[in-house]
Design a protein around this ligand. Structure first.
Ligand SMILES: Cc1ncc(COP(=O)(O)O)c(C=O)c1O
Length: 375
């Protein structure tokens, strides 16, 4: 069976973990964490990069930094992962859901302004499949209404908007290094901060509400409890693993891209024949080959395609369930219908895509899809 995902190992992970263990410091913010921070800050021009234990944690930090209070409203796409909304709900926010674009699962930028009220504090954008939202448009809306822009860049490592790295365009952003992502360490994340005013507080929140980071830099002579916070930093063991992945970013991206292009080329005729739809990438966005999905006509067809592909030996998976219809939020949702989000919920199917996928495996997946539509 060809799995949906197979976490890639570059070969250096265990050697770096051993190095971290031998160094005698395996708690957080040691040598490997610093190397990872420097990598992100140099490669993607992030003003401040802080490793976290997950993207969920990084999002929770953004909600604290944004000073979200009970009753504040936060605009979030309905077609996203639970954490995008949950991080703000934990602080008492009310979620105002935005629908997706018709040509892409990302949020419909043109619908945002009508969702803003005097209680709105932030817009959380999700760069679905690593494909950018129209950040100029969103930042202009936010500036007009004095709102914060937070990027959920969980899937968006090494992807760009008009040539600028995703995760550096809003006030702050969150990345995921979960094992399903391009760069992975099992469970891991990153908070990236563009707006200077949040940097000092982010360090404190990440260190249980203490000014320990400033203490270790010799900026204060003792450290203590100065704010709220939690334990958001990963151990050196995780950072060592992650660094081995980062060193191989280019190779990882090339190999994923190769498989992505094979899918796009081979399935294009089916799109031209009106049998299915392939991912749309706007001119302003790059493609980091995080995901290759197809859109079927409807839910029934998608279920049949899944069964067919499984019978032929591969394991495709659908994605999010619209959050405005989730058991937890349905009652609380005060907005209207989200037809596009529901359409992606019913028709989007992600194909197997991983770094070590062989040409033979890619060909088998393609053949099974072509075979299904020839029936
Ligand atoms: C858009 C989005 N946000 C957040 C997350 C949560 O990431 P993590 O598992 O690192 O907490 C995911 C997970 O896949 C995601 O797809």
């Amino acid at each position: 069976m060809i799995p949906f995902n197979k976490p890639h190992l570059t070969g250096k992970e265990t050697a770096y973990i051993e190095e971290a263990v031998r160094s005698g410091k395996i708690s957080g913010d040691g040598m490997f964490t610093k190397k990872c921070h420097a990598f992100f800050e140099q490669r993607f021009a992030m003003r401040k990069a802080l490793l976290t234990t997950s993207c969920t944690d990084a999002l929770e930090m953004t909600a604290i930094l944004a000073n979200i209070q009970p009753g504040d409203e936060v605009i979030v796409p309905s077609y996203t992962f639970v954490s995008t909304a949950n991080a703000f709900v934990l602080r008492g926010a009310h979620i105002v859901f935005a629908d997706s674009r018709t040509d892409h699962p990302g949020m419909d930028e043109d619908s945002i302004e009508s969702l803003i009220s005097p209680r709105t504090k932030a817009i959380v954008v999700v760069h679905y499949a690593g494909v950018a939202c129209d950040m100029d448009k969103i930042n202009a809306i936010a500036a007009r209404h004095n709102l914060l822009v937070i990027e959920d860049a969980a899937q968006a490592i090494d992807s760009y908007y008009k040539g600028k790295p995703l995760g550096t365009l809003g006030h702050m952003s969150a990345f995921s290094f979960h094992e399903t992502k391009n760069i992975q360490c099992g469970e891991g994340g990153l908070l990236a901060i563009r707006d200077e005013q949040f940097i000092q507080r982010a360090e404190i929140i990440r260190e249980k509400g203490t000014n320990r980071s400033a203490f270790f830099r010799g900026e204060v002579d003792k450290y203590g409890w100065v704010d709220v916070g939690s334990s958001f930093l990963p151990s050196e063991i995780v950072a060592a693993f992650l660094y081995a992945q980062l060193e191989n970013l280019q190779t990882i991206q090339e190999r994923r891209s190769n498989t992505w292009s094979k899918y796009a080329q081979a399935l294009k005729p089916l799109e031209e024949a009106g049998k299915l739809k392939l991912p749309f990438i706007p001119d302003f966005a790059s493609n980091n080959a995080h995901m290759f999905y197809v859109l079927t006509e409807n839910l029934t067809e998608r279920s049949e395609l899944i069964e067919h592909m499984k019978a032929k030996g591969s394991f495709p998976v659908f994605h999010y369930l619209s959050l405005h219809k989730s058991p937890y939020y349905e009652e609380k949702h005060k907005g209207g219908a989200m037809p596009q989000s529901d359409r992606y919920m019913d028709t989007l199917l992600r194909l197997p895509l991983f770094v070590d996928m062989t040409n033979e495996e890619t060909a088998r997946v393609i053949d099974s899809i072509v075979g299904f539509f020839e029936k």
